[in-house]
Ligand binder design. Structure first.
Ligand code: HEM
Length: 485
């Protein structure tokens, strides 16, 4: 029965998309549609696009279309007509116009529909405002010591102890998950956190699967895992609500629970708090771990940059007592390290780009983008453009030395820009700087795989998750983790 319903649903969806495409073509449009072809009905160019993402050749795929049709062209992706745009001016249009971010419907069903990305208008401003308050430097300052403690424990438990090889990506994922769980949900190690980690993994597995809700499909497993994730967070939300006021709890959920509107009512509903927390966990988890993994890979290939970074961190360590945690002021001295991070983000952006949707007919560069069409922006199209970044394949952190460089606005967009710019930039910065501080002072490493390739899933994944040979630096005094923190 379930199968029959799904088949009917698929048929209805496919026919309505076809009808939409046919009728849309007949609608008068105030300006010309962009050049290009929509390909076969429904399928369009989706398979070619997905293969290109996986093979990490999506930039070539888009460039090929630019060569054929120019910087504004049309295609059909995931059953929806899509306009592909390139260049800083196009990025500015995407980030500052009325175009709306969108998560595919199937992903919304998995992660929950009341998250920050899926809302727009007043609701988006209200939810994003609440979230941003927690992620701003004034609040983050208070958490540097906590992040420092988690990082040191992580290195102690997973990198030290005579290990000679480690695989970087899964370890970085565990580290960012631990940091997010502690700061967003107040969850320390234990069965609830392990359960959340398992469910999150299952949820990711089916996120990009064909969205067919049948027994044994990856999509159904992912839907179930998403539901259980939210149930766990609902429980934590209820527990935190019961404790509000009784004990000082500074995690994101407690902060969101204590925010009120002008009438003294809770600002966000429990559903909005849970769905936004899942969204933030997903947005902040793999992105930062990917950045740190690719920094480790870059530093293994670049002894000059590594040695300057070691010097920067030794200088900071000189002024600290043995075992003393880093403070906010220390992070502001890690200028080179953040430039290395930015240059890594330029060459390997964790988020390759994303889709927006037109909520009304809108014009760009003389072309019409009709209401309901998608727009795709891709970070590398400007970040690897030789007319903006000279010798773009060359790793050169000094490109980020001056904020007032001659680069056009919206050409470095690893964190997006405009109203939807990543609200987690400072959070990612703190995690990355603290981790790199301990990593470069405690270890030397060599890559086990010499090839510099990676695939996208859709985040970049280096060969075999980046196994490295590890050597402990003898000159450093052993860590003294303050177990009471
Ligand atoms: C290196 C790390 C990170 C990168 C490269 C990154 C990148 C991005 C990008 C490109 C967007 C905008 C997507 C768009 O405009 O369509 C975004 C949005 C977002 N990011 Fe990040 N991010 C990172 C870390 C984090 C962290 C640590 C958090 C939270 C703790 C976070 C939370 C969010 C949220 C909630 C959004 C959605 C904002 C909205 O729609 O208003 N991100 N991120």
């Amino acid at each position: 029965m379930d199968y029959l319903l799904t088949a009917v649903a698929l048929l209805v969806t496919a026919s309505s998309i076809c009808i939409h495409l046919v009728t849309r073509a007949k609608k008068p449009c105030p300006a010309e549609l962009p050049p290009g072809s929509l390909g076969l009905p429904v399928i369009g160019q989706t398979f070619g696009f997905l293969c290109a993402i996986r093979a990490n050749s999506v930039e070539e795929w888009i460039r090929d279309r630019i060569n054929r049709y120019g910087p504004v062209s049309k295609a059909s992706l995931f059953g929806t007509p899509t306009v592909l745009l390139a260049g800083p001016v196009a990025n500015k249009f995407v980030f500052f116009s009325s175009l709306m971010p969108m998560l595919p419907r199937s992903v919304q069903r998995i992660v929950g529909e009341r998250n920050v990305v899926s809302h727009h208008g007043d609701n988006q401003v209200r939810i994003r405002g609440a979230l941003s308050e927690f992620l701003e430097p004034d609040i983050l300052k208070m958490y540097v010591g906590r992040i420092d403690d988690i990082v040191r424990r992580h290195l102690d438990e997973n990198w030290s102890g005579g290990r000679t090889t480690v695989t970087v990506l899964p370890l970085m994922k565990r580290l960012t998950f631990d940091i997010l769980c502690a700061l967003l949900f107040g969850l320390e190690t234990g069965t609830v956190r392990d359960a959340l980690s398992d469910e999150l993994e299952r949820m990711f597995d089916g996120m990009l699967a064909i969205p067919v809700n049948l027994p044994f499909t990856a999509f159904r497993r992912s839907l179930g895992a998403g539901r259980r994730c939210r149930q766990l967070l609902h429980r934590i939300t209820r527990e935190n609500k019961a404790k509000l006021g009784a004990s000082p709890n500074n995690d994101l959920i407690s902060q969101l629970l204590s925010m009120t509107d002008d009438h003294g009512e809770q600002l966000l509903t429990n559903e909005e708090i849970v769905d936004s927390s899942v969204g933030t966990l997903i947005a902040g988890h793999d992105t930062t771990s990917t950045l740190m993994t690719f920094m480790v890979r870059q530093l293994a290939n670049d002894p000059a940059t590594l040695s300057s970074m070691v010097q920067e961190h030794e200088e900071i360590a000189k002024n600290k007592a043995d075992g003393e945690a880093l403070a906010w002021e220390d992070l502001s001295k890690m200028k080179l390290t953040w430039r290395v991070a930015q240059e890594t983000l330029r060459i390997v952006p964790p988020v390759f780009g994303s889709f927006r949707v037109a909520i009304e007919d809108i014009k760009f560069d003389g072309y019409c983008i009709p209401k309901g069409w998608q727009v795709l922006w891709a970070a590398s199209l400007t970040q690897m453009d030789p007319s903006i970044f000279h010798e773009p394949a060359k790793f050169d952190p000094s490109r980020f030395e001056s904020q007032s460089s001659a680069r056009p606005p919206c050409s470095f967009v690893a964190f997006g820009s405009g109203r939807r710019i990543c609200p987690g930039i400072e959070f990612a910065k703190v995690e990355t700087l603290v981790t790199m501080h301990y990593l470069v002072r405690q270890f030397r490493w060599k890559l086990c795989c010499k090839e510099n390739t990676f695939i996208r899933t859709p985040l970049p994944v280096p060969l075999q998750g980046l196994p490295i040979e590890l050597e402990h630096k003898p000159s450093l005094s052993p860590f003294k983790c303050d177990q009471t923190l």
